[in-house]
Design a protein around this ligand. Structure first.
Ligand SMILES: N=C(N)NCCCC(=O)O
Ligand SMILES: [Zn+2]
Ligand SMILES: [Zn+2]
Length: 317
């Protein structure tokens, strides 16, 4: 540990923000600091998808879009990069030809990155990666509360007989006992399912659902109140599938569904999570090939910035 103030991002009034290396928010790399409090890490992996591929290019697109982020977050009243040492930890390069091996590698790398207390905001990558990230989180903190923003439940059982896919991470996690089943919520779900049974099985695993329509009818404040009550002070992992946003707000994703949240609603709900016991988070399913004018990449970079800011607000660490 050092008494030095954190190394911040490049100053955009001195070095044009469109110049230089594309680390997240133009922050230092992990190897440039002695200790990182918060690390943004990419997982360029999309071998678990059931429809359009391309999320392997998500981390690079988020880094590019994050060049415009500024150091002060007015809605949360925090300067995350001054409060904590935040870094870009690069990418965890996993095997694109072997889902099982990729999951093992990712779990190990996440465990070693967090071994001395660093908290991760992981940028995917498809939703398969949430399982090893949750395993690593639970190894450290015990079973975690999960707040899952997504158009989809992702508690399906198998695809083509395969248990590890982007539609199944949370069923596997529940089966493995790494989730605190008293505090599991999906937010923003919508769209057609395979059958009513999907919902029954999801409920049996312990999930509560706030659909996209519920958010619209109840509004952000009531939604946040209900989520905060359910979560309490449990260790909380937040997983954001960018397809929770309406395709108008996030066209760049592999399994888009009509009728989603606005980016404003999502960011406002995230800001409502301040002072909860957030231990880690991910933003997944950004597939830049289907994006237009970086709409989705900008949204994902802002979501990542909000998650970093929530972690930076943690006291006494
Ligand atoms: N996790 C995401 N984005 N999508 C899951 C979709 C599963 C399906 O194809 O039914
Ligand atoms: Zn989804
Ligand atoms: Zn998902």
């Amino acid at each position: 540990m050092t008494d030095q103030p954190p190394i911040g991002p490049l100053d955009s009034s001195r070095v044009p923000r469109f110049a230089g290396f594309a680390t997240f928010a133009r922050l230092p790399r992990i190897d440039e600091v002695e200790h990182a409090d918060v690390a943004v890490v990419g997982v360029p992996f999309d071998s678990g998808v059931s429809y359009r591929p391309g999320a392997r290019f998500g981390p690079a697109a988020v880094r590019e879009a994050s060049r415009l982020l500024r150091p002060y977050h007015p809605a949360l009243d925090v300067s995350p990069f001054a409060e904590k040492q935040v870094v870009d930890a690069g990418d965890i390069a996993v095997n694109p030809f072997h889902v099982g091996e990729a999951i093992e590698t990712l779990q190990q790398e996440a465990e070693s990155l967090t071994a001395d207390g660093t908290r991760l905001v992981t940028v995917g990558g498809d939703h398969t990666i949430a399982l090893p990230l949750l395993r690593a989180a639970a190894k450290k903190h015990g079973p975690v509360a999960l707040l899952h923003f997504d158009a989809h439940l992702d508690t399906w059982d198998t695809y083509f007989g395969e248990p590890y896919t982007h539609g199944t991470p949370f069923r596997r996690a529940a089966e493995e006992g790494i989730l605190d089943t008293s505090a599991l919520s999906h937010v923003g779900t919508r769209g057609p399912l395979y059958g009513k049974r999907d919902l029954e099985e999801d409920r049996r695993l312990g999930f509560g659902i706030v659909t996209s329509g519920d958010v619209m009818r109840r509004g952000v404040d009531e939604t946040v109140d209900a989520l905060r009550q359910r979560i309490g002070d449990r260790p909380l992992y937040v997983s954001v599938d960018i397809d929770v946003l309406d395709p108008a707000h996030a066209p760049g994703t592999g399994t888009p569904e009509a009728g989603g949240l606005t980016s404003r609603e999502l960011l406002e709900i995230l800001r409502g999570l301040r002072e909860l016991n957030l231990i880690g988070a991910d933003v997944v399913e950004l597939a830049p090939a289907y994006d237009h004018a970086d709409i989705t990449a900008v949204a994902a970079s802002h979501v990542a910035y909000d998650l970093v800011s929530l972690l930076a607000l943690r006291k006494g660490e």
